[in-house]
Design a protein around this ligand. Sequence first.
Ligand code: NI
Length: 165
Amino acid sequence: MALRTILTQGDPILNKKAHPVTSFDEKLHDLLDDMRETLTQAEGLGLAAPQVGILRRVVLVVNEQDEMLELVNPEIIAQEGEQTGLEGCLSVPGYYGEVTRPMRVKVRAQDRNGSFFEVEGEELTARCFCHELAHLDGHLYTELASRMFTVEELDEMMEKDGEDK
Ligand code: NI
């Protein structure tokens, strides 16, 4: 396994559409293993292959049970409700944005050996599925954000909140 470099906003690869995975081979398994190590090291909740420069439809999402799910060729097959909250991205370091997403989503995907499965997520996990799948079509959350904040602005807001109480 090896750490891969996470590309940041401005790199044109992040705006490209990723291709479906057709071979569930050693190369895919190496990519998934490297992405797992990279995401663990970065302490993020999700990572999409284009973020490490690979234009394939592969993502990782950490769910509420702290399990790192591997999704190959994922598609959202159902969604429900709405939530608005803060979202960050390893490719946009130092910022958070307010983004509206579905409250619940159901995703159909393949595992690393090509078997199909379905998985559901709500709240933060639903947000994460939507965010990571958007990376596969070359979209960053900053396109959807109604407001953007720097980490410093958020810290200041939280300090102010504390003073008011
Ligand atoms: Ni992201």
